[in-house]
Design a protein around this ligand. Sequence first.
Ligand code: COI
Length: 354
Amino acid sequence: MIDILPIRTQRTTASRLATLDFDHLEFGKAFADHMFAVDFRDGEWQEAQIVPYGDMAVSPANSALHYGQAIFEGMKAYHQADGGTALFRPLDNWARLNKSAERMCMPAMPEELFMQGLRELIKLDADWVPTGAGSSLYIRPFMFATDGFIGVRPSESYRFMIFTCPVGLYYNKPLRVRFEQKYVRSVEGGAGFAKNAGNYGAAMYPTKLAQQEGYNQLIWTDASEHQYVEESGTMNAIFVIDGKVITPALSTSILDGVTRRSVLELARDLGLTVEERKVSSREIMEALAAGKLEEAFGAGTAATIAPIATIGYEGHDYDLPAVGPDAFSKRVGAALDAIRTGEGADAHNWMVRV
Ligand code: COI
């Protein structure tokens, strides 16, 4: 493998920063000035570069476009209360990227290359990190096949890239979701745990149907019985029932969310009972009817902590009780925000300064 230091950097001569309205950030629409790229060829990662963000040429016959050999991550950098920028749990994303890569027959990304690319890119575009409450720099690492070959076999060459977007909230109000009991997102033994592009593309049609009915998202259920909660479209699903924090146990069909993991660790720190186990739609609806479903929320990097206000089940909508300032989702959301911005103690050493 070639020496990865230093990364060849071509700075933009036409920064777009002045055109960004930091007061009205929408998710995923604005891209910072630069992007990181490194190719994998002849069994090795090649020289890495940082170049101005922009379109690029790829073979129209690459197997990412035809067979979905493409994976990604979602992570965030935060402006720190004392100045500077820090990444939230970047090595968790690096580790998950490599799990996805293995499942999709793609090469592993070395930790040093991932972290070096990330740090240099974020440093170069430091002025793009928003400072407003609830805002952050969303980071999208991804890898895709680049061979010009349409036979169905793993590509021999790949490109790994990172670009970033200054973002505000993904969901700006409590969500209406419904249990999905016809379509499935993934099956046991499938690739649902991997963050591969196809998982998201295949979810779009059922999600569109739900959105046409007025819901924001689905809560996917298991493929064999359509009973047990899997996850929600862009986030893991977490419930508070009778004082206990309950979420589906991880499996080959559920994404191992970094925010999910962080919420559960903070819940344990607070002394709450955490149950990672099968949880059925019926259990949730019975708990709601009995007044024991205290909270339901999504947890994800983009979604952060997204409270659920209404759940659709078997053709009817059910409203959850309003959550007060002491609700677990509020407390854990505030605790995460404090850690991420450097305003609170980082007891788990989650933050990595760039
Ligand atoms: C994330 O939360 O980072 C995701 O990847 C979910 C979605 C935006 C695709």
